[in-house]
Design a protein around this ligand. Structure first.
Ligand code: ZN
Length: 245
């Protein structure tokens, strides 16, 4: 089975549709790691597309805030402004959909998915300080995570050798999973990448070939930005999309 792994879509319909288009024919099942909404201008459409396509999905911190499970008090002011905008923009059905999303970790076939980490759905796994303890304690050999919006990941061998790897941008456009190693892999963010590459990011995992491929794709960013301006979403959120930060 080939799994299309999507994360951090953040109400960016142009990025989501372009990613699905590029991935067409390369997967059988869609898995979503949370943060369907927040930041972007199309929360209703993003939820509708995910609802129709994803077979396994978990919630992210923005999903929780946008449906009122959390109060967004710990969000920065622009992120909070987008949460408040999203709450008004979605219908009660969309809100209900967000409210019933499961918290990670969730087991899917031979791997697990989390938004932040296995221990804490809101934790950021940014580097070795967070990745090594997470790899040591993870119960599945392969865990997909999101939340940081940075494509790539980390692995740890049974003998303790740690290895970070980049996504599409590095020499590691793909990773072949080796026996005797554990993996923590981030497909990157579809709708708001923060790894200095503005293009939408996703990954495809083939459980027969034991192989993860990283993808990036340009999308119609001017349309997304224009919609954000029309919605009066905060300027820093509009600008960051073009610099991938
Ligand atoms: Zn996110």
């Amino acid at each position: 089975m080939r799994y299309l792994i999507l994360s951090d879509i953040h109400s960016n319909l142009e990025a989501l549709e372009r990613s699905l288009e590029l991935a067409r024919g390369k997967y059988e099942t869609v898995v979503c790691l949370g943060d369907i909404v927040g930041y972007g201008p199309d929360p209703r459409a993003a939820i509708d597309v995910v609802k129709q396509t994803a077979h396994a999905l978990i919630r992210g911190n923005h999903d929780k805030a946008c449906c009122g499970i959390t109060d967004a008090e710990d969000f920065n002011p622009v992120a909070r402004a987008a949460v408040l905008w999203t709450r008004k923009a979605i219908t009660s059905e969309h809100c209900f959909f967000l409210r019933q999303l499961a918290a990670g970790p969730l087991s899917v076939a031979d791997f697990e998915v989390v938004h932040g980490s296995e221990q804490d759905e809101d934790e950021y796994i940014l580097g070795s300080a967070e990745a090594i303890p997470a790899l040591k304690s993870q119960t599945a050999p392969l865990v997909f995570f999101g939340h940081t919006h940075c494509q790539g990941g980390f692995s740890l061998s049974d003998s303790g050798a740690f290895q970070p790897f980049q996504g599409y941008a590095g020499q590691d456009g793909a990773v072949s999973l080796e026996p005797g190693r554990r993996y923590l892999i981030n497909p990157g963010s579809v709708g708001q990448p923060r790894d200095h590459d503005w293009r939408a990011a996703f990954a495809i995992y083939d459980d027969q070939a034991r192989h993860v491929e990283f993808y990036r794709t340009a999308y119609d960013l001017p349309t997304t930005q224009k919609k954000m301006q029309q919605a009066a979403l905060p300027e820093p959120l509009i600008h960051r999309l073009e610099i991938g930060r």
